[in-house]
Each structure stands twice: as C-alpha cells, then as structure tokens.
Design a protein around this ligand. Structure first.
Ligand code: ADP
Ligand code: ASP
Ligand code: MG
Length: 420
C-alpha cells in the first residue's frame, strides 16, 4: 500500500469535534487506498500552558524535565485520535515517540532526529492496521529520556516520517489554506501561493513565517519530500493548498515571492570595544556558549579616540530573540569581568522586529534592496540594521512599525497580484 503522511496542528485537534473532523479526513485517504501515518500536535494552547507550568515551577529549569512535561500534550491527542478512528470502525493504533522509536540526539528542547526504524509500524500495517497515529514533536535520546524538537516541531516529525516511509506526500493540515505571500493575519492582501520552492519556504520559515518549522523544510528539501500545506477546516482534494517543491516545477517567477517577519527581536550594542584581531571571537564565543541565537551582526568602522591613545575602537551590534536578552547580557558581563574584552556601555533595545523580503528571483535581479528601502522610507520607517543573502534582505525596525512595513513591502513588490 502507498503511504501518506498527514499532520494535524494544534487548532486542527483543539477539541473532540475537531478530532472527529481530522478522523474523517484520514478516513477519506484510506478510502483512496493509502496506509496513513498521522502526526498530531497537542491541542492548541496546551503546549503554552505546559511551558508556563514549567517556568512557574523553575526559572532555570532542567531541560530533561521540560521535555518530559511539554511533550505530554501530543500523547493525549494521539490517543484520542486513535480512539476516535476505532470508534469509526478503522483499525488504528497510537504511538508515542519512544515506542516507534523516534531516536534523537540528547539536545533537550531542540533535539534532532538520529533514526526512525520502520519495523514496529510496518508490522502493525502488516497486521491490518490502516493508521498509525504518532505523537509529534517528541522523541527519545540514546539515554532513554524523552526529548522534544523545538516549538512547531510536529511539522518536522511529519516530514521525517514521510522520508522514512517513502510516503507519496506529506500533508500539513493547519488553520490556513496554504502558504501565503505573507501572514494573512497581518496583511489582508496576502495571496495564497499554489506552489513555493523549497529554498524560498526555507527562508520564509527561518525568517519567522511559522506556518512550517524551518527544520521540516530543510528535511523535505534534503529528502525530496512532496510537502503540502492545506486547511483542515475546508473540503480539500489533491489540488488544494500549497505544494512546497523544486524550483523548476514552478511557473511563477516573481523577483520577490514573500514577506516574513519576526516580531520579538532585540538589538544589543557594545559601545567602544577595542578594534583588534580576535575581538569578534571574544564577544561571540561566550554568547554561543550561553546558547544565545545571534542573528544579525554589524561592526562599525573603526575610530581612533584621541591621538594619545594608539588603539582603535569600534561599536559592535547584534540581534537576538527578545527572550534571550538576559542570558546575552549575563554572558557579556561575565566575559568582561573575566578580562576577555572591555566596552564603554552595553545598550539594549528590546522593541525591534525583523522584516524580510524573500525570493529566488533576487539572484538575477538588481534593485530589490533599493526598492525595499525606498518603500520603507516612504512610510517614514527607520532602518536600524540590514542583512542580506542571495535570496533575502532583512531589516531591523521599531516594533511599532512592523505591520506597516510588512504591508508596505507587500504592496511595493505587487505580491497581491499573480504573475503576469
Ligand atoms: P499549526 O498549529 O497548525 O501548526 P501554526 O500556528 O504553527 O499552525 O501555523 C499556522 C499559522 O502560520 C497561520 O495561522 C498564520 O497566521 C501563520 N503564518 C505566518 N506566515 C504565514 C504565511 N506566509 N502563510 C500562511 N500562514 C502564515
Ligand atoms: N505542540 C508543539 C508546539 O506547540 C509542537 C507543534 O505543535 O508542532 O510547539
Ligand atoms: Mg505549527
């Protein structure tokens, strides 16, 4: 039997009637002749509640216990969906990560897959079971402890199963009917895309479009999984939603294909650090050791303080997620106290957001940056930091202008209009 992987996100399994709705979608695929592996998220809001309980108990929590607690939401929905299917007359069985087993690294709360042996689930299919319902987001380490894959990780579980079982497709059912040119909650002009290239989706996801976890797109690209995003609240068929696929399957050729944003960013500047070989390593080494995800980095041009001081100085600015500011500050202050470097002042701006435009067409078109900057200027939005790569341009701006900037860029690059 061909295998299909279907993943239902939190809002798609938010209560018993939605679980019934998901069961109906699974049954429709069985009727089409598939053996189905279903990956489920926790009911919407559940993971946040569990994280809140962890943080309410222990500020500097033990990550092993965090994973033990936070992974539990998925166990409930997996069991419930298997039960619902059984009630509907479908032979189904639920699986927690350790039962498959989904073997991962021991990096608690951001574990990566090591292997997914097929034997146990294949044996159940051979017994006549039509559905394996697998708890998303979780796995088991070599030490035998439960791990989780980072927020949004059920998408990645789904793609990993599609690769391991050579599934015909991996369908991600969610609360929007596909991937849009930008988050439809921020711009009502956002347009649904029929197809999007792996590389573009990868950039959009890593720049903040949470419709797919970044790692899931990476895996889909590596293993050539046909990945589809579609609505669990609508009647769908094989043409619904957005297909994430190879670039050469796509006819549309816009220079910019989407706008992504990351709301909660912070900008930190070390004022007047000495400009000498090794200074960047001295600053960013301790930040990395402290687990801070540094994103953009800007080093100012060097200045000489006064003729009596032969040394040159510079300012070093970087960005990181807002919730890592305290950790970053601590790492920098400790490194300074240990004599690794000195600075005059540490300035933190926690009210910034990152807005990015993405498109593979940028590889061959000049002028995208100029157009982006002009449209932000027309809205009087000040740019604080700029970063570019082959297929994206990102800017850091004041958070209060984030929605405005997204909408302005969406207009500037005509993203509401299909390709002509
Ligand atoms: P699930 O719980 O099903 O995993 P998520 O909340 O993780 O769902 O992801 C779906 C959400 O992603 C949508 O509700 C939408 O607000 C958001 N989103 C952000 N960017 C985009 C985009 N470019 N296209 C579609 N949805 C997007
Ligand atoms: N429940 C987890 C989360 O909310 C994983 C997921 O839904 O993908 O992050
Ligand atoms: Mg998600």
């Amino acid at each position: 039997m061909p295998v299909l992987v279907m993943k239902f996100g939190g809002t798609s399994v938010a209560d018993l009637s939605r679980i019934e709705n998901a069961a109906k979608k699974v049954q429709a695929e069985i009727a089409r002749g598939y053996d189905v592996i279903v990956i489920v998220s926790a009911m919407s809001g559940k993971t946040n509640e569990l994280v809140g309980w962890v943080e309410g108990t222990s500020k500097l929590y033990d990550a092993r216990e965090y994973d033990a607690i936070v992974s539990s939401g998925e166990n409930v929905t997996a069991g419930l969906l298997a039960l619902r299917l059984q009630e509907n007359g479908v032979p189904a069985r639920s699986w927690q990560g350790w039962q498959v087993p989904i073997n991962t690294t021991s990096a608690h709360s951001s574990a990566r897959f090591v292997s997914i042996p097929r034997g146990n689930i294949d044996a159940k299919f051979a017994e006549g079971f039509k559905v394996a319902v697998v708890a998303g987001f979780q796995g088991v380490s070599a030490e035998g402890r439960i791990t989780t894959l980072g927020r949004g990780g059920s998408d990645t579980t789904a793609v990993a199963f599609a690769a391991a079982f050579a599934a015909e497709r991996c369908d991600i059912y969610t609360d929007v009917d596909g991937v849009y040119t930008t988050d439809p909650r921020v711009s009502e002009k956002a347009r649904k895309l029929d197809k999007i290239a792996y590389e573009e989706m990868l950039e959009l996801a890593s720049l903040g479009a949470k419709v797919l976890q970044t790692r899931s797109v990476e895996l889909a690209m590596r293993y050539k999984v046909r990945l589809r995003v579609l609505s669990s609240f609508e009647d769908t068929d094989e043409t619904s939603g957005t297909l994430v696929c190879d670039e050469d399957e796509i006819m549309e050729s816009k220079v910019v294909s989407g706008v992504a944003f990351s709301r909660d960013e912070a900008k930190m500047t070390l004022v007047r650090v000495e400009d000498r070989p090794g200074i960047a390593a001295a600053i960013f080494g301790p930040l990395a050791d402290a687990g801070v995800n540094v994103d953009m980095i800007v080093q100012n041009i060097s200045e000489q303080a006064d003729p009596s001081d032969k040394r040159a100085y510079t300012d070093m600015t970087f960005s990181c997620p807002t919730n890592q500011v305290l950790r970053a500050k601590k790492a920098i202050e400790e490194a300074q106290a240990a004599g690794k470097f000195a600075y005059a002042q540490l300035i933190t701006d926690s009210d910034v957001s990152k807005v990015s435009v993405v498109g593979i067409g940028m590889r061959s078109h000049a002028g995208v940056a100029a157009k982006m900057f002009a449209s932000l200027a027309a809205e009087n939005v000040n740019i604080k930091v700029i970063a570019t790569s082959e297929i994206k341009i990102s800017v850091l701006i004041d958070r209060k202008y984030m929605e405005l900037a997204v909408q302005a860029l969406h207009d500037a690059f005509d993203l509401d209009k299909a390709n002509t």
